[in-house]
Design a protein around this ligand. Structure first.
Ligand code: CP
Ligand code: NVA
Length: 321
């Protein structure tokens, strides 16, 4: 896996199925060694990460800061009020300065172009910590969580019921790469980005994943093993809230909907969560994997940073994906 050293982590589109499995395998290896076996493992001693956030975050910030610290490194967090970026310094200038001091950059931005520009300018690896278009780190954590529950991921039928947003876009790339079946239901007018849809469909054609995209939540949930949703109002869309709540009516994940769909399922949500999109009894219920999913954000981003900074061979046998 030397070829992962120095690579940007901007989109799952840029990685092969084997690369994605490598990240998942390493994440599970680190969790086994450090959490289950209590091992102190500090291969990133002396390494530093610069974290640039234009938006709020609980999980992405925490997982990266604590994750690199666990591996022996150090992170510096810069929020929107701390940094000149976008106010009186260009992305180009900031990126070059960060690259001079840090070993890796993680950035959370509005405009996806910003993260592409950063990656272009910085001669150190850049991680996408969520843009308006994509959130690839989240999908690594989702796949790790599904693998831990089902003992495999290819073969788990996933249903996405909700907005055609950044999380869905990365889920589409991830499923397409790994050959995972995905049924999508969004309200009319909230479909996923058409270019990403075409690309993901093409990749799915090669891996054998079956993709269905429509507007009927019960149909999408039919015989699904995993139901996934996200907020109806993403960061930056606050002004559209009233219209969105109206347009998403009928898309709430609740027992009635899932009873109609039949079968047994687990529930995933990247968080932060609102009650509109999923009822409490499901979100806090026994089918919910959301807390394991949140924790796995840490092991997965640790795996990404580790591979960006050095070759690494896991000590546990490769799980089935
Ligand atoms: N899921 C996720 O990215 O959460 P944060 O916005 O808290 O980082
Ligand atoms: N779609 C949400 C995800 C938050 C982790 C947003 O972009 O706000």
């Amino acid at each position: 896996n030397e070829h992962l050293v120095g690579r940007d982590f901007l989109s799952l589109k840029n990685f092969s199925a084997d690369d994605i499995k490598q990240f998942l395998w390493t994440a599970k290896d680190l969790k086994t060694r450090m959490k289950d076996n209590g091992e102190i493992f500090q291969p990133l001693k002396g390494k530093t990460a610069a974290l640039i956030f234009q938006k709020r975050s609980t999980r992405t910030r925490l997982s990266t800061e604590l994750g690199i610290a666990k591996l022996g490194g150090h992170a510096c967090f810069l929020g929107p009020d701390d940094i000149h970026l976008g106010v009186n310094e260009s992305v180009k200038d900031t990126s070059r300065v960060l690259a001079g001091m840090a070993d890796v950059i993680l950035a959370r931005v509005y405009d996806h172009e910003n993260i592409l520009d950063m990656a272009n300018e910085a001669n150190i690896p850049v991680i996408n910590g969520l843009s308006d278009l994509l959130h690839p780190l989240q999908i690594l954590a989702d796949f790790m969580t599904l693998q831990e529950y089902f003992n495999y991921v290819r073969g788990v039928k996933i249903a996405w019921i909700g907005d055609g947003n950044n999380i869905l876009h990365s889920l589409m790339y991830g499923c397409a790469k790994l050959g995972i079946d995905l049924n999508i239901a969004t309200p009319a007018g909230y479909e996923p980005n058409p270019e990403i849809t075409t690309e993901a469909m093409n990749i799915a054609g090669k891996s054998g994943a079956s993709f269905n995209i429509g507007h009927d939540p019960v149909k999408a949930a039919y015989r699904a093993d995993a139901i996934i949703t996200d907020t109806w109002v993403s960061m930056g869309q606050e002004e559209e809230k009233q219209k969105r709540l109206k347009d998403f009516s009928g898309f709430q994940i609740n027992r009635k909907m899932l009873k109609e769909a039949g079968g047994s399922w687990v529930f995933l949500h990247c968080l932060p969560r609102k009650q509109e999109e999923v009822t409490d009894d499901i979100f806090y219920g026994e089918e919910s994997l959301v807390w394991a999913e949140a924790e796995n954000r840490m092991w997965t981003v640790m795996a990404v940073m580790l591979h960006q900074l050095m070759p690494y061979t896991p000590t546990i046998p490769m799980p089935k994906y």
